[in-house]
Ligand binder design. Structure first.
Ligand code: FAD
Length: 391
């Protein structure tokens, strides 16, 4: 195997967490290398809905806690990055929607009362009507109320392409990972037999992190996965819609985002309550039938005759939680050279990077000399899921 490599920070996992962190560290002058066993973003990131939450959804039942203040700042940080003036230059990444909407089909005063009572939401929500409504809701038959949230929706495939560009030569396709130890101390990793020394090792491998910890002989931090059963719909009659539709429960009944397919049609990607527990238990055909019924009930003017449907099962990976409390900020644990974490949301990738950088600064780890890397096998970019499932 080729000669040993060395880098300041070795990152395992090229989802949004690893790639965003990598780009931030490179900007600060650190040498970095990101190892990915599959396609870039092909874990959860590419399957996400791309909503840059500001925490509004979590205020629905007063569940927004102090820790959610980090999330409240995410739309601003992403907006600046997308404009090319922020912590990363993400100019060129496609913004799908300037806003995400909250849509109440009509009878949910209780939900909305607690929502608007929340401090986190005050001043960040406006009701919209008429021509300001999202295109898919502009129909004389529409009777509900719609509020504009200060959240945006990004096109994740173009985000991943840009983050891969910012990674320069620092991407390595690699599958088999073992610890590299010296005098019983972890000094790096061996990736497909190639020794890579690093000042710090970051595991940001999403659902793969638990197995990586085991390979290093570690059990902590513990991880949990949360299964989802998402629905995709593609057809000429679908118009853009980015909205949480409120139901009676604490979670949005359905969360719709809309994505451009290569053939010019729009794809609706449906999550929220429909994709959780009951949805997970359903077989794909049954899950599609429920989604069709929901859309027919909520948006009866949408012609579904030429729409094609698919479902996608995917697990969210997060730090293990006690009780039912949802993590609402990025999580990072560190022990000596090893840092392990989950952003818990695409939106929180900047917060995840902040936490790693704070740990490096706490340890006074300064960028070392940057030696050019030899040509390395590069992981491919992942294909959008709608192109995979509804070509
Ligand atoms: P991942 O994207 O899963 O990346 C981990 C990477 O590590 C993968 O590429 C994987 O191949 C690689 N890997 C794993 N094991 C190894 C190994 N041993 N060696 C090398 N590489 C390895 N968040 C939001 O903020 N907004 C949303 O709208 C939203 N919608 C979502 C919708 C769905 C259906 C899902 C599932 C999640 C959604 N999320 C959303 C959450 C968000 O997608 C995740 O929190 C985020 O993408 C996690 O990023 P990550 O980089 O930690 O993980």
């Amino acid at each position: 195997m080729s000669s040993e490599l060395s880098t300041d920070v070795l990152i395992v996992g090229a989802g949004v967490a690893g790639l965003w962190l990598n780009a931030r560290l490179r900007r600060l002058g650190y040498s970095t290398l990101v190892v990915e066993r599959g396609a870039l973003g092909g874990g959860q990131t590419l399957k996400s809905q791309g909503i840059i939450h500001g925490g509004a959804k979590y205020a629905l039942h007063g569940a927004l806690t102090g820790a959610s203040e980090a999330i409240a700042d995410m739309p601003r940080r992403w907006r600046e990055a997308l404009a090319g003036t922020g912590e990363l230059d993400l100019s060129g990444v496609r913004l799908l929607s300037e806003a995400h909407y909250l849509w109440s089909p009509g009878t949910l005063a209780g939900n909305l009362t607690s929502f608007f009572a929340s401090k986190a939401v005050r001043g960040r929500v406006d009701q919209v009507k008429g021509e300001q409504l999202p295109p898919a809701l502009q129909d004389p038959g529409f009777k509900g109320k719609v509020y504009r949230l200060a959240e945006l929706v990004v096109d994740v495939p173009s985000l991943l392409a840009r983050l891969a560009e910012l990674a320069g030569d620092g991407l390595l396709a690699g599958e088999h990972i073992e610890p590299l130890r010296e005098n019983a101390e972890l000094v790096g990793l061996r990736v497909d037999g190639r020794a890579i020394r690093a000042q710090r090792i970051v595991l940001s491998a999403g659902g793969g992190t638990q197995a990586l910890l085991q390979a290093l002989g570690l059990e902590q931090p513990a991880m949990q996965t949360r299964p989802l059963h998402m629905v995709l719909a593609k057809g000429p009659s679908l118009k853009p819609l980015y909205a949480h539709c409120l139901g009676g429960g604490p979670k949005p009944r359905i969360t719709v985002t809309t994505h451009p397919a290569a053939d010019g049609q729009w794809v609706w990607y449906l999550g929220g309550d429909i994709a959780e527990a009951d949805g997970v238990a359903r077989e794909p055909a049954e899950q599609i039938a429920v989604a069709q019924h929901e859309i027919a009930k909520l948006l009866p003017w949408v012609d579904l005759r030429e729409v094609r449907w698919a479902t996608l099962r995917v697990d969210r990976a997060e730090p293990a939680q006690s009780g039912l409390v949802r993590p609402d900020n990025a999580f990072l644990a560190d022990q000596q050279r090893l840092l392990v974490g989950w952003p818990t949301k695409l939106a929180l990738a900047p917060d995840f990077a902040d936490r790693v950088i704070a740990a490096l600064q706490r340890d006074s780890l300064k960028p070392g000399p940057v030696a050019p890397l030899p040509p390395l096998p590069r992981p491919p970019l992942a294909q959008p899921i709608w192109e995979q499932l509804l070509p």
